[in-house]
Design a protein around this ligand. Sequence first.
Ligand code: DX5
Ligand code: ZN
Length: 224
Amino acid sequence: MKKHLIAPSVLAADFTKLGQQIELVNNSEADWFHIDVMDGSFVPNISFGMFIIKAIKKIATKPLDVHLMIVNPEKYIEEVREAGADIISVHYEACPHIHRTLQQIKATGAKAGVALNPGTPVSVLDDILEDIDLVVLMSVNPGFGGQKFIYRTIEKTRALKEQITIRNTNTMIEIDGGVGLQNAEVILKAGADVLVAGSSVYKSEDPVDSISRLKNIIADTIIT
Ligand code: DX5
Ligand code: ZN
């Protein structure tokens, strides 16, 4: 049985005290750090780049799951890996040569992920599923934290999970956007392995407790 994971999204952290916000996750039950890189071109927003990834890597005690929302991601794969990424996800919509880009990520030693926008069907992955370590299903339109979960993602998760089971690949499914205590159960039941949680963790009164509650939902939902 695969382990189910929680990945707090640093985008929702208070950057005036970034060190403290990273330590908080270090000292929680969370599994990965989800790190959103936005370029103002693939998505309408600009977040941060190598400089911040490197700073986080210095103190993070858990893997860095880097989500590249950028055009031409193949230009930056090696640099992102050197900055400290353990998992690198690129957008299907930004990669005309997705198979090649996945091999490029793996050649650096990182795990390779593909992210799909809400409007992109999971069937586009049919011919590359065996090459993917992580599928990031966007449950909001990428670019901003704090948006509402798009419910259609549940159907997409089920369909993708079915394919993974039939083909017996090791691919993990990560759900990204609008995830929190209110919908974690239904998302897990649909077949998700990793829950990204930005606002529902960092903007809550007690982030460590919110992580712990999400972990409890995993324990109650997943029968091992
Ligand atoms: C959206 C990002 C998400 C976002 C999640 O473009 O990819 O990772 O930070 O934040 P919440 O959980 O607040 O929707
Ligand atoms: Zn993300």
